[in-house]
Design a protein around this ligand. Structure first.
Ligand SMILES: [Zn+2]
Length: 333
């Protein structure tokens, strides 16, 4: 069933600033209690409005699959109308704990204006100093096309990863795991099991900084490169990591280039059932059932908080996918 091949360009290990990051910082970033799934929220709310129109919108444009009139079609921008779980904390929660902490001047204002979007006052608002060039090669399709689906799981490995793997095994499904570097380092057995059972790995940065595009260039390099090293070490040296995924899907030409230089392609998605927000099992299931098209890439989470809804949804989705005639595939690479 799995038709993709691993392109296996391997890059040199770069262990740098990530070594400074303690596990506690990672836990703050990914598992902060109190907020409904800190990592998830933070993760997939992503870019601020002004950036998303240019960045994510264009990136999305690479996939015609995403251009459906479904509500929330651009969910990866995080702009789910009416559902704004997000305290301005995602970036703020992460930054102070990080040795990279930077003022990121544009972040606070853009992250959560309390009133209406700032679009109504463009004349008085200084132009954003850094409207990033959009990414242009974000992958949002399975390798084989046809009636295939690529399941992807972000922010792990975590406590739910074993359950996810059990279910995937039960249905002979293969998936791609976009891991946080520190989580991989903390749970190497889970990473090795993922690989041993035929799944693939994807680099999801060291500590999930958001917005990614406002981070200094050097930090973006370290986040991607060091996570790749941490994941590879956990999995076994030489294990290929073909993709990386920006936190919140916040891909830009800049970080896409960084990933490419490290031998990884940018992995997006076409279906975001918002499982990170724990909307209820049936909501997750029906979102996938409604939004998935052949060749699609589904975003779910095995880490970043309580993932019991995701596991329960997967229990329904896997037999549904099989019944629908979908074959499990990996993303384009
Ligand atoms: Zn994430």
């Amino acid at each position: 069933m799995v038709k993709s091949r691993i392109p296996a360009p391997r890059r040199p290990l770069l262990l740098g600033a990530c070594a400074l990051l303690g596990t506690s910082a990672l836990l703050v970033a990914c598992d902060a209690p109190g907020t409904p799934s800190a990592a998830g929220d933070a993760a997939h709310r992503s870019v601020p409005p002004s950036a998303s129109t240019g960045t994510t919108g264009t990136a999305d444009g690479t996939s015609s699959v995403a251009a459906r009139p479904t509500p929330g079609e651009d969910r990866e921008t995080g702009a789910a109308p009416g559902r704004t779980p997000a305290p301005p904390a995602p970036g703020g929660g992460t930054a102070p704990a990080s040795p990279y902490a930077s003022p990121s001047p544009s972040a606070p204002g853009s992250a959560a204006p309390s009133a209406s979007p700032s679009a109504s006052r463009p004349a008085t608002t200084p132009a954003r100093p850094s409207a990033p060039a959009p990414a242009s090669h974000v992958l949002r399709h399975t390798a084989s096309g046809g009636r295939t689906v690529a399941l992807t799981f972000d922010d792990g490995p975590g406590p739910a990863t074993g359950q996810v793997l059990d279910l995937l095994a039960q249905y002979g499904a293969k998936a791609t795991f976009c891991e946080i570097g520190g989580n991989a380092q903390a749970r190497p057995a889970a990473v090795r099991r993922i690989v041993a059972e035929g799944h693939r790995l994807c680099d999801h940065t060291v500590d999930h900084p958001q917005p990614m595009h406002t981070q200094p260039h050097e930090r973006q390099v370290a986040e991607i490169a060091d996570a790749g090293s941490m994941i590879e070490h956990a999995a076994g040296d030489g294990t290929p990591i073909a993709w990386w995924r920006a936190p919140g899907g916040d891909f830009t030409a800049e970080n896409e280039r960084i990933g490419a230089d490290l031998g990884m392609k940018s992995l997006g998605w076409t279906v975001d059932p918002r499982d990170w927000s724990r909307p209820g099992v049936q909501a997750i299931v029906s979102n996938v059932q409604h939004d998935l098209r052949p060749g699609g890439v589904v975003l779910m989470h095995d880490g970043g908080g309580d993932r019991s809804q995701t596991v329960a949804a997967l229990k329904q989705l896997l037999p549904w996918l099989v019944a629908q005639g979908y074959a499990f595939d990996f993303p384009q690479s």
